[in-house]
Each structure stands twice: as C-alpha cells, then as structure tokens.
Write a protein that binds this ligand. Structure first.
Ligand SMILES: [Ca+2]
Length: 159
C-alpha cells in the first residue's frame, strides 16, 4: 500500500451541473494516471451489490473524500461521506426506509467501489478497512481507510 502521489480532481461543469469528473495522479510534475468518469457513464455502470449505487452528487462527494485522503479541505467531510454510505438497510429487506446505524456494511461500500474497480479490489478494501474484524466499517475505521490513502489506492489499483 505505498502510493502517495498528489491527486487532482477536475470537474467539468455544464449548465451549473457537474457532468464529469477527472482524477489525476501526478508524480514529479507528470501525469501518470488520469481517469474521467462522466455522469452518463456512471448511470450506466452496474453495481455488484444488493444496495443501490449512490446518487451522482453523493458519488462525487465521496470520490473527493477518498481521493483527498489525508488532505481534506475539512475534517468533517470524512464524516459526511460516512453518512452518505450509512443507509442502514440491513434487516429491512432493502426497503427505502433509511435508518442509519453508524456502521457501513460491505454492500454499502461495494455499491460505491464497484462502479470504479473490480470485485476483487472491493473485497480487499473491505477486508483491509475492517480493522476489528467485525465485517462492518465504523467511523474510526472509515476515517483511517480514507486518511491512510487505502480507499484512494484501491481505486487506483496500486495496493
Ligand atoms: Ca469493523
């Protein structure tokens, strides 16, 4: 897990809406990796999860937090991203009722990550993030996953 390169997020805005986002990995002033995700592409992406994928706006917020890692604009952004994931549908048979339970399930994380990377890496991320082995991710574990760059590295496939 050693991949600490600066990340640049560039958003393309059309009619006041963010319609695509580009994430770049810069090393020594050179772009070594660049990935653009358009809203259209995102809407089409399949998720391997029992939880629905995030709304585009939520997706962008979470992506930004993951990419910024230890360099958040505001610490509270991490907790906000956590809240976006925490839909707490477990045991509710996927009804639309949202009862956040302060924990993120592998499926909730998967609904986000599987639009960006493959199943193997999604599982790896859940495994590595779950420090106490509870199979669920709490806020301290989530914060560590973001700050350590694990979430970012998983998306960049360099773990
Ligand atoms: Ca845990």
């Amino acid at each position: 897990m050693v991949c600490f390169h600066p990340i640049i997020l560039l958003a393309q805005i059309t009619d006041g809406q963010i319609t695509s986002v580009t994430v770049e990995l810069i090393e020594g002033g050179v772009t070594i990796h660049s990935r653009t995700i358009t809203q259209e592409e995102y809407q089409r992406a399949n998720v391997s999860s029992s939880v629905q994928k995030l709304a585009w706006d939520d997706f962008l917020q979470v992506l930004q937090v993951f990419m910024l890692g230890n360099n958040q604009e505001q610490e509270s952004d991490i907790a906000r991203a956590f809240d976006i994931f925490d839909r707490g549908k477990r045991g509710l048979y996927n009804r639309t009722t949202c009862l956040p339970d302060g924990l993120i399930s592998p499926d909730e994380l998967r609904a986000f990550l599987s639009t960006l990377t493959d199943e193997y890496r999604v599982d790896l991320c859940v495994f590595l993030a779950d420090i106490d082995g509870s199979s669920l991710i709490n806020l301290p574990e989530f914060t560590r996953m973001v700050k350590s760059g694990l979430a970012r590295d998983i998306i960049y496939e360099c773990v």
